[in-house]
Design a protein around this ligand. Structure first.
Ligand code: IPE
Ligand code: IPE
Ligand code: MG
Ligand code: MG
Length: 302
């Protein structure tokens, strides 16, 4: 018997998840913020209007295995805090030296360099405060929350994103092999995306097999996401992107377009998304948001 397939409405899904995420972020900020310059800078960057992909992926991963997505919100929002901190530091003069982010002046331009460094530090710390606050006060599935804290801290630090950022800086002006570039991308961007997805699965009570398949999905979309980011840096519209274009070439960054050209990069990203979708073969329609997100990652214009 054939069932009529219902088109999954991604933009409606993203709207409603982003509303939940933004409200949770605002509320948590209120509990720690005062009117200090530091918390103003944290609020400025955190609420500047990012796509919230990592928290949405965290929630969608939990949903895919039949868990309650809203219960992941503290983890989902912690991922966004870490991501925003990484962007603030990524934009600093000593790093990528960018002036525009999320359609606004970067944190160090709007405030100053020292404030931006400290706002990033504080957002990173706040992420683990939010995770541990939840684990301690709710006293519900504390073991799962502890696993999430372990997973996220590993992904954010010297075995994940920070090592990726280091390699990205060291690779300026160099030509990397395809495997070295893939590893760099997996660390700098993939690690946090994978941690978001695996955290959602852990909190939803996913089996080891489910976590393995979702890790595989995450690896493919994480790489595709950064390849697309690199493509948009060459061919994107700065108005839509809310950040500068052509900056990777200016700084002689190691990127997929610089290694294999634009068209081959787009094809590579698309082949990665095919593999990501194959990784979801054993999941039912509750993984439709994850499928739609995978497809969105390579067609997005911002
Ligand atoms: C940009 O991430 C930086 C990368 C890791 C490639 P996003 O494209 O998710 O940025 P926002 O959160 O929407 O601003
Ligand atoms: C940002 O990578 C990665 C992290 C912040 C960890 P990029 O430097 O390539 O991203 P954009 O283009 O500035 O957003
Ligand atoms: Mg960078
Ligand atoms: Mg950058």
């Amino acid at each position: 018997m054939e069932f009529e397939s219902v088109e999954f409405n991604l933009s409606q899904y993203l709207d409603s998840q982003c509303r939940l995420i933004n409200t949770t972020l605002e509320n948590y900020l209120k509990t720690v913020a005062n009117s200090s310059r530091l918390t103003q800078a944290m609020q400025y960057s955190l609420m500047a209007g990012g796509k919230r992909l990592r928290p949405v992926l965290c929630m969608a991963s939990c949903e895919a295995i039949g868990g309650c997505a809203q219960e992941t919100l503290p983890a989902a929002c912690a991922m966004e805090m870490i991501h925003t901190y990484s962007l603030i530091h990524d934009d600093l003069p000593a790093m990528d030296d960018d002036a525009l982010r999320r359609g606004k002046p970067t944190c160090h331009v709007q405030f100053d360099e020292a404030t931006a460094i400290l706002a990033g530090d504080a957002l990173l710390t706040m992420a683990f405060q939010m995770l541990s606050d939840h684990a301690v006060t709710k006293n519900n599935h504390t073991d799962r929350w502890l696993r999430v804290i372990q997973r996220v801290s590993r992904a954010a630090g010297c075995q994940g994103m920070i090592e990726g950022q280091m390699r990205d800086i060291v690779a300026e002006h160099a030509v990397l092999s395809p495997s070295a570039l893939e590893r760099l991308h997996a660390l700098k961007t993939g690690a946090l995306i994978e941690a978001a997805i695996v955290s959602g699965a852990i909190l939803g009570g996913g089996s080891e097999d489910q976590i393995r398949d979702l890790t595989s999905y995450a690896g493919y979309i994480g790489l595709a996401f950064q390849v697309k980011d690199d493509v948009l840096n060459v061919a994107g519209d700065p108005e839509l992107l809310g950040k500068g274009v052509g900056t990777d070439a200016q700084r002689q960054k190691s990127t997929y377009p610089s290694l294999m050209g634009l068209e081959a990069s787009e094809q590579f990203a698309s082949s990665l998304i095919d593999k990501a979708l194959q990784s979801l073969a054993s999941f039912d329609q509750r993984s439709d948001p994850l499928r739609a997100m995978a497809e969105y990652i390579i067609v997005r214009q911002h």
